[in-house]
Ligand binder design. Structure first.
Ligand SMILES: *Cc1c(COP(=O)(O)O)cnc(C)c1O
Length: 374
């Protein structure tokens, strides 16, 4: 359109048209930052959902190199993927032990987080004190874990040693809301449980819990904050951004008043407009709820996402962005569009944006480009 030379071709853009950059130095800095909040405790890392969408193959070793030795995943399958890149780490599997799964845990040296007396009994029979595990006690989520009375009654039970228990943990209901009275209740209940189970290390704090008084115990379990999410909503984000999502503009179109764009013609041009098409959509984890609500930055200018987000494409109004041209980069996550902002625009939370990032992206760990497109 302008006759300017197109930008330098970029190998990654040629593969998919969008690039997910994961800043591993920022990830490591975030882990150190959280560890420094609780000098007396160990700082672990929750790397479920493929390290919150960033890729366990990049994130796991970077956290290990920063000094992290204890990791948490949700599923056995994620534990196996984590074990492949973290041969010496302690890896706990949060979602518990399904009947008969014990041998698969043992074979990969994974530690189940036992969430019921049945799980405890089953693991004790397999472990015979030789294979470690954690015990989950429910203090309010009603999702996983022994009830408080069950945990209190377990004091002195032989199964503690037989199951190789080395950690007792619980999980906050509302840690990101420091004023919620449920926090103080859970902190008090967890202390009672720990007193009944002496000798076990304790772990209570997720990312936001690290910033609550009395919640740190022996082992921290941050996830979201490691990857740049704000653990202190309503206050300045102490974390560094880790994830950046950019897409190359595929083409620029000029439309006139009355023309529509996208499925169902939901957007009508109010006058002459320049539109830009990007090749990413809801199949790449860009929620359809961003239709008509989200933005991308082109040359730093916020450009509205117009019409419906489709599976593989979105349309921007770039009328006010002089930098917009074929091949130019649009930022979907990064700079002013931080994770929490994008989550809010989509009517969700940054967690869902992160973990929804699809498998089609080229993941760029700074130098190493991992072509995940098969
Ligand atoms: C996901 C999870 C965490 C990490 O939570 P963040 O809010 O992401 O820090 C910690 N503990 C348990 C049990 C979890 O399921």
């Amino acid at each position: 359109m302008t006759g300017e030379a197109p930008p330098e071709p970029d190998g990654a853009k040629g593969v998919h048209g969008a690039r997910l950059t994961v800043d591993l130095a920022a990830l490591a800095a975030n882990w150190r930052r959280l560890a420094a909040e609780a000098p007396g405790a160990e700082c672990g890392a929750v790397v479920k959902a493929d390290a919150y969408g960033t890729g366990i193959g990049g994130a796991g070793p970077a956290l290990w190199a920063a000094g992290c030795r204890t990791f948490f995943v949700a599923h056995l399958s994620e534990g196996l993927a984590a074990r492949a890149v973290l041969p010496e780490a302690a890896i706990y599997v949060l979602n518990g032990l399904l009947p008969g799964a014990g041998p698969a845990f043992a074979a990969a040296d994974l530690r189940p987080v036992l969430g019921s007396l049945d799980e405890l009994t089953e693991w004790a029979a397999l472990s015979r004190g030789r294979r470690p595990a954690a015990l989950h006690v429910d203090t309010g989520m009603n999702r996983l874990g022994l009830s408080i009375p069950e945990a209190l009654a377990l004091g002195g039970d032989a199964r503690i040693a037989e199951a190789g228990l080395d950690l007792v943990m619980s999980h906050f209901v509302s840690a990101e809301r420091p004023g919620d009275p449920v926090n103080a209740r859970q902190i008090a209940d967890f202390s009672r449980v720990r007193a009944a189970l002496p000798g076990l290390r304790g772990s209570l704090a997720n990312s936001s819990g690290i910033f609550l008084d009395g919640a740190r115990h022996d082992l921290l379990r941050p996830g979201y904050a490691l990857f740049g999410g704000n653990p202190t909503p309503g206050r300045a984000n102490p974390m560094r951004p880790v994830v950046r999502l950019e897409a190359a503009i595929v083409q620029i179109r000029q439309v006139e008043a009355g023309m529509t764009a996208g499925y169902n013609g939901l957007w009508t041009a109010p006058g002459p407009r320049r539109l830009a098409t990007l090749s990413l959509g809801y199949a790449d984890g860009l929620p359809r709820a961003l239709s008509g609500r989200g933005h991308a930055l082109v040359g730093g200018v916020p450009c509205p996402i117009l019409g419906l987000v489709s599976m593989d494409l979105i349309i921007l109004d770039v009328t006010d962005a002089p930098a917009a041209r074929r091949g130019a980069s649009a930022v979907l996550i990064g700079d002013a569009l931080d994770l929490d902002t994008v989550g809010r625009s989509a009517g969700t939370i940054g967690y869902e944006i992160l973990t929804g990032l699809g498998s089609r992206y080229v993941r760029d760990y700074g130098g190493e480009v991992e072509h995940t497109l098969s």
